[in-house]
Design a binder for this molecule. Structure first.
Ligand code: FPP
Length: 252
């Protein structure tokens, strides 16, 4: 069944825009493996360094007018990695949640997770649910962490639920339009991203927020994720303010 923002207690997405700032930034945190390899260390060393960066970037959001931050932590394709790396990442997510809960609370961060939880370990999903519940009243920053997330998978799951509503007579197929499908997406309470950043020099979007980023601005930067700083984040947010977003229209 589709959810409305009201049902889920989301923020009023139109009331929190700071002029010239990206309200919603989405980040593909790439380059942890190369960062570790450059130092002769195992890939997981890079992921641990990457997790530390997350704290600094989340903390800096209010300074740059960023109300929503969505980060790509594990894709539906990342299961193809070695069992050691996958298990290490899952353990890192559990550790991150356990260690960061207090700090996130103190900073007024509301945490949400997107992605298909079915394949995730029950210990991890329990922690995810608890963190979502514990931070549900916070509203300073909205942090969304994508775990076992893929844009195509998300659209497929959304379409399945939409089709179920049609079959149950709850939705008229004739009424389905561009506003209908987003209500079935994992991101139904979030505004679309204004700015998508990918670190590590790769210029592709790798199945991240495919529907939601239709009109996002993109920044592909060479910095490897564990080297990404608050200063660089600030520069990218400031340069977003100079972009001319026309959404297919003409400048007025
Ligand atoms: C891509 O770099 C990164 C990932 C698949 C994992 C992202 C995870 C983190 C940044 C750390 C944990 C996050 C949280 C929320 C605790 P890569 O491994 O593909 O790097 P490479 O392209 O250099 O090999």
């Amino acid at each position: 069944m589709a959810k409305s923002a009201k049902e889920t207690g989301s923020d009023d997405a139109t009331s929190d825009k700071v002029e010239g700032c990206p309200r919603h930034v989405a980040i593909i945190m790439d380059g942890n493996g190369r960062w570790a390899t450059q130092r002769g260390r195992p890939r997981l060393f890079g992921h641990h360094a990457g997790a530390k960066r997350v704290r600094e970037i989340v903390e800096s959001c209010p300074d740059f007018g960023v109300k929503y931050l969505t980060i790509f932590a594990f894709s539906t394709e990342n299961w193809k990695r070695t069992q050691v790396e996958v298990a290490g990442l899952m353990s890192l997510f559990r550790r991150y949640i356990t260690k960061e809960t207090r700090h996130l609370q103190e900073r007024g961060v509301r945490v949400r997770f997107i992605g298909d939880r079915v394949r995730l370990d029950s210990k991890l999903t329990k922690l995810m649910n608890e963190l979502e519940e514990a931070t549900a009243d916070n509203s300073k920053v909205n942090l969304t962490i994508a775990i076992n997330y893929g844009g195509r998978d998300e659209v497929a799951r959304a379409t399945q639920r939409l089709a179920q509503d049609v079959a149950a007579g709850k939705l008229d197929p004739e009424s389905v339009d561009e506003e209908t499908l987003p209500r079935y997406l994992d991101t139904y309470v979030l505004p679309d991203p204004d700015l998508v950043i990918r670190t590590s020099g790769e210029a592709r979007i790798s199945n991240f927020l495919l529907w939601q980023s239709a009109y996002a601005e993109y920044e592909f930067i060479d910095t490897l994720w564990p080297d990404f700083t608050r200063a660089e984040f600030g520069e990218l947010c400031a340069s977003y303010g100079n972009r001319d977003r026309r959404f297919g229209g003409v400048k007025r």
